[in-house]
Design a protein around this ligand. Sequence first.
Ligand code: PEP
Ligand code: MN
Length: 349
Amino acid sequence: MSIIKKQKLIIAGPCSAESEKQVIQTAVELKKNDTIDILRAGVWKPRTKPGGYEGSGENGLKWLKKAKEATGIPIATEVAKPHHVELAINHGVDVVWIGARTTANPFSVQEIADELKNSALEVLIKNPINADINLWIGAYERVKLSGLRNIGLIHRGFTSFGNPDFRNAPFWQIPIEMKRLFPDTPMICDPSHIGGKRYRLEQIIQKSLNLDYDGLMIESHHDPDSALTDKEQQIKPQALNDLFERIQWRSKSIDKTEFTDKINLLREELKELDDELLSIFFARMKISNNIGKLKKENNLAILQTKYWDERLKYLMAIGKKNNLDEQFLKTVLETIHLESIRFQNDAKI
Ligand code: PEP
Ligand code: MN
């Protein structure tokens, strides 16, 4: 029976295994409320810069094993090298995860996948630090090819600029696409690394549950203020339990005719609008093509910055009046404009 394929899976535990006392105390406190399925702790810590806390290594695995014996909760840790896999197996680890920095490196993922072959480990693959879905897909496929059956995905957000509300911007469209491509693979949200601050956890968790995620991985420490890594995002076990009382898991489907009728109607309306949107795009690109020809005939530069600037400002102002999100509208308009430039560029006289 797979551990990670349980519905409403909860993985919790400290960012790093720091001492025997810390691991056991956190595990026992988490166990008290019976809310967790898997205890997590990193023992090899990939720090961005040298000099940071690098983890407790094999000792940390021993503490995790003791915590498992004391509470009966299965244990999980991060592996970044084949040797880590070997040590994890030797210390009775049940689940390993591949960290975001490792997922971004196909060489490392392949080495780990080779080592995982024929093991009974269950594996979770975090999204890569950069917002490149193909690296995530590639890591998933490499692990899958090693013959393992119990594989899941963890969404922990992506490095980005200009997203001050997150430590790692969620870019929800990427995990949504992964769910579409691999519908039978559990998708777990790691709100701790997305948010970076404990006060942000609740909102991120609820959003992931609204999107039908299968589970959560949350960093919890018996005394977050003394944590050696990621102290601002770790939460006390009791606070975690209180948080679980407030969040709502949504059902995957519903069998109520009234609801089904209503949603089908609304979906029909959306379908029509989407069809219309596409025909508008076709018509628009045809015009761009004609403009491209005209500019070419007259040897005029394609990009007319002043004209574009005025149009953008005008459309953004209308969007604002109608409560359209500014970032959303800007992205849409800029994307259309870029595609229009491409059409103009390719136009043949
Ligand atoms: C972690 O889970 O503690 C961790 C280092 O995560 P990530 O690989 O997402 O940065
Ligand atoms: Mn961490």
